[in-house]
Write a protein that binds this ligand. Structure first.
Ligand SMILES: Nc1ncnc2c1ncn2[C@@H]1O[C@H](COP(=O)(O)OP(=O)(O)O)[C@@H](O)[C@H]1O
Ligand SMILES: [Mg+2]
Length: 413
């Protein structure tokens, strides 16, 4: 008897990028039909178009990977409709990242006992643009002494927006003079003052569903050079902890595609920026790690669609985590272990890898062949040509070829 056949459509909601969607489309085509429980699943993707929609319109996409809705409200509201009305699986859910910016992420992980540097939120420098503000502010705003707060946090400190992103409005403040200058310049941005962490290593972890890559990040380097390819750059304990922080943050907030930045001093891991639920996955920044990242996106999307995993809608109930975090009898390490178990259960980590071994055993080898192919090389050269001035093309093509080639060699080894 012939198998039942089910087709699934993945929507890619995109900004200006061409590189990773092309890679995603190529790798998805390598997946082939997936036979599971007597059903043949065929999975394709398309780039989501933006147009007026009736709230009752059908949605054809079973899953959407979003790199746009953080910035544009129309597609964001469409995603919410697709999630609530049509049960479309979302990577990521706009319900959570709209309500959980950097500030809430600090607060929540602080309660779980993570090592968040001392952070103070101060009121706006400029009056809020609302006619009633003058009344409210004269009646209810307590005067405060910025210098005392800063002295308490300690110099040097970081002043940065409560929501943040892409270094916008971030400054390192060394003294009282710099403090006033930074605050004056903050204008209508709402600012945190945060203690500086003196770190040995900057770890940036990219997490896609149950897959996490902890990478050696150098924030002061130009974009193409920020990720160093160094394995074991952290001690086993710090490496485990960095991975755990990333997974726990994601499981806690319901993020399945997110990056986490952590400052590592010795064995201590300090998370500082981990609400990036629209992370950069460009080949020009990820290079060596790019094939892994796009494969993980394909693999996790395929798993979710074929197994019929249901998307979380809305902000999670954090009680299970808080019960662990609030327990005075558990050490930091015991708490982290307990959160990690919750996160692995949330992302079905064990089942996922077994499922991939059984249903997608051919994929890693096919991806390696594709990364060695002319098709991949065209993607790489097109991207470099679209990104850099002409006199730098040869240099950067060689640079990214070298790094992606090294990935293939390492995988084969
Ligand atoms: N507490 C801190 N200690 C040391 N460096 C910091 C701290 N906070 C921020 N930085 C530096 O400033 C950069 C930008 O801050 P971050 O919190 O990552 O904001 P953004 O969301 O803009 O990326 C970081 O990548 C790091 O280099
Ligand atoms: Mg950052």
């Amino acid at each position: 008897m012939a198998n039942d056949v089910r087709t699934h459509l993945i929507g890619l909601l995109l900004g200006a990028e061409e590189d990773w969607p092309r890679a995603f489309e190529s790798i998805l085509s390598l997946v082939g039909p997936v036979e599971a429980d007597g059903v043949t699943h065929s999975i394709t993707s398309e780039r989501v178009r933006i147009h007026p929609f009736d709230l009752t319109d059908p949605v054809r996409h079973g899953l959407v990977i979003d790199r746009l809705a953080y910035w544009y409200y129309h597609p964001r509201e469409w995603l919410k409709k697709a999630s609530l009305m049509n049960d479309t699986y979302l990577l990521n859910s706009p319900f959570t990242f709209q309500s959980m910016e950097k500030h809430s992420a600090y607060v929540a992980m602080l309660r779980l006992g993570m090592k968040i540097p001392k952070t103070v939120l101060v009121p706006y420098k400029n009056p809020v643009d609302n006619v009633r503000w003058a009344y409210t502010s004269s009646k209810y705003n307590d005067p405060f002494d910025l210098e005392t707060i800063a002295a308490d946090v300690g110099y040097p400190l970081f002043m940065k927006p409560f929501d943040g992103g892409g270094w916008r409005g971030v400054s390192k403040v060394k003294d009282v003079e710099g403090l006033h200058q930074a605050y004056d310049e903050s204008g209508s941005m709402l600012m945190h003052l945060q203690a500086t962490v003196d770190y040995d290593k900057f770890a940036r972890a990219l997490t896609i569903g149950p897959e996490t890559m902890v990478m050696d990040f150098r924030p002061d380097e130009p974009m193409h050079n920020r990720y160093a390819v160094t394995h074991d750059f952290l001690s086993p304990q710090a490496g485990w902890e960095a991975e755990t922080v990333s997974k726990v943050v994601n499981a806690f907030f319901g993020w399945e595609f997110n990056s986490a930045e952590m400052l590592v001093a010795g064995d201590e891991v300090y998370p500082i920026d981990y609400a990036n639920a629209c992370p950069d996955v460009a080949i020009t920044s990820l290079h060596y790690y790019f094939p892994w990242a796009i494969t993980a996106l394909v693999r996790w999307s395929t798993y979710c669609l074929v197994t019929g995993r249901k998307s979380a809608i809305g902000v999670r109930n954090p009680r299970e985590y808080f019960a662990i975090g609030d327990d005075p009898d558990r050490t930091y390490q015991e708490k982290m272990q307990a959160y990690r178990e919750l996160a692995d259960a949330e992302f079905e980590t064990g089942r996922y890898w077994e499922w991939c071994d059984k249903n997608l055993p051919h994929l890693p080898e096919r991806v390696l062949e594709w990364v060695e192919s002319d098709d991949f090389d065209r993607l790489l050269t097109d991207t470099v040509r679209g990104h850099y001035p002409e006199h730098e093309h040869d240099k950067f093509i060689a640079h990214f070829r070298g790094l992606t080639g090294m990935w293939v060699t390492d995988q084969r080894g």
